[in-house]
Design a binder for this molecule. Structure first.
Ligand code: AMP
Ligand code: MG
Length: 397
């Protein structure tokens, strides 16, 4: 049994960033940027007004009240063709270009108008309500770094920097193979002794959420030939994830069945709970991550190993899992040599403390508890008993 950190390091060594592809902006949401995105223009390109009012020379209204002559107007999108001289101003609206000569916006609430005669009711510091050219970004500057996963803000910024097409990482294709004679598809009536497969759908959702593309293989019975045949469906994928059949029982065939077909095992079994029978290797050209069958173990291992593997293929800025700190909400007994990942609730106290409280029951078959958990509380191997209030590391779910 190897430690969790070593297992993750060995798994990540098996992956490299995938190639890039070009997608339209409308399809870029959720994708990971493959190259630094540089602004294709300066924003704003000219100084613009941040308010409705008058574009003035600050010196002219320093001794307010002061009278000015309005010589034109500039709505957003239409430039005033001229410049503002001493004693002059123009009517201006939010987003309009501030003409040469003017350096300050007098908001309309601080002025009165009588035809073309404007009275400034108060002085303004020079530059007030003027957005200088390049306030937001300048042409050629890096707007978004490679490795960023694009959310709505990034899509907006990419548009603002005038990109209609983006270079993103190809989405990793992840074959998902659930094993077990007892497993049936959701929606079918399980016969006595059968159970509905939750791992396949859960892992597919996990892969999609992490930026990959799940490829569902048929459920494999606990039969060597069938398992070998179905695993062939992973050829051409970037990763094969199996669930179940990785333990030490007579019907746990993944290692031997795929071993006979060229699976080169890197490791099998880690010092972790839940998730001891984790397996990693290469099945021909395809890395293979063998997850335990128990639904909780399989998803916890997805969080700790599959997520970082996908992030590595996508060359994300953060590979994860993101470890945070919280305060323990209850006492815990000493731990044995297996690193423990306890499903827990996470609550922000009124005074700002983040308190994590593991559930009393931690059976690795209990999906309902996993779905209601907020975080995993991490107990290092051989950790001494811990008391309520002590700091503890967590991973949010
Ligand atoms: P195994 O690793 O194959 O021995 O499976 C361990 C446990 O997980 C057994 O109770 C299986 O019935 C259960 N299990 C295996 N695969 C799945 C699956 N796809 N969905 C839900 N439970 C599963
Ligand atoms: Mg099984």
């Amino acid at each position: 049994m190897i430690p969790v950190a070593e297992a993750r390091a060995r798994i990540l060594k098996g992956f490299a960033p995938l190639g890039a592809e070009t997608v339209p902006l409308a399809a870029a949401h959720g994708r990971t940027l493959a190259v630094d995105l540089r602004a294709r223009l300066t924003q704003p390109p000219f100084p613009v007004s941040a308010m409705d009012g008058y574009a003035v020379r600050a010196a002219d209204i320093a001794a307010a009240p002061a009278r000015l002559t309005m010589i034109g107007s500039a709505p957003a999108g239409r430039m005033f063709d001229g410049s503002v001289g001493p004693g002059q101003c123009i009517r201006i609206f939010t987003g309009a270009v501030v003409p040469p000569g003017a350096d300050t916006i007098l908001i309309q609430e601080n002025a009165t108008a009588d035809g073309a005669t404007i009275t400034a009711l108060q002085a303004e510091p020079q530059g007030r309500y003027v957005r200088p050219a390049g306030l937001d970004f300048r042409e050629g500057e890096i707007a978004i770094r490679a490795g960023t996963t694009l959310d709505a803000r990034h899509v907006g910024l990419a548009a603002a920097t005038n990109h209609a097409w983006l270079e993103v990482r190809r989405r990793p294709r992840v074959a998902i193979l659930s094993t077990g004679d007892e497993i049936v598809l959701p929606g079918t009536q399980p016969a006595p002794g059968q159970i509905v497969s939750s791992n396949g759908p859960a892992l597919a959702a996990f892969v999609a959420e992490a930026g990959g593309r799940p490829v569902m293989l048929p459920i494999a019975p606990d039969d060597t030939n069938a398992l070998q045949a179905i695993a062939e469906g992973a050829r051409g994928c970037d990763l094969l994830v199996t669930s179940g059949g990785a333990s030490v029982g007579d019907h746990d065939l993944v290692r031997d069945a795929l071993g006979a077909k060229g699976l080169e095992l890197d490791f099998w079994q880690i010092a972790m709970r839940p998730g001891k029978p984790l397996m990693f290797g290469r099945f021909g050209d395809v890395p293979l991550l063998g997850l335990p069958g128990n639904p909780v173990s399989s998803l916890v291992c997805a969080v700790l190993f599959l997520g970082p593997a996908l992030a590595t293929m996508l060359a994300k800025r953060e590979v994860g899992p993101k470890i945070e700190r919280a305060e323990l909400g209850c006492d815990l007994p000493a731990n044995d040599r297996r690193e423990d990942y306890l499903r827990a609730t996470l609550e922000r106290q009124p005074d700002g403390r983040l308190v994590v409280t593991p559930f009393g029951k931690q059976d690795s078959s209990m999906m309902a508890l996993l779905a209601s958990a907020d975080a995993l509380a991490i107990r290092p191997s051989n950790a001494p008993a811990a008391q309520k209030g002590e700091p503890i590391e967590i991973v949010r779910l």
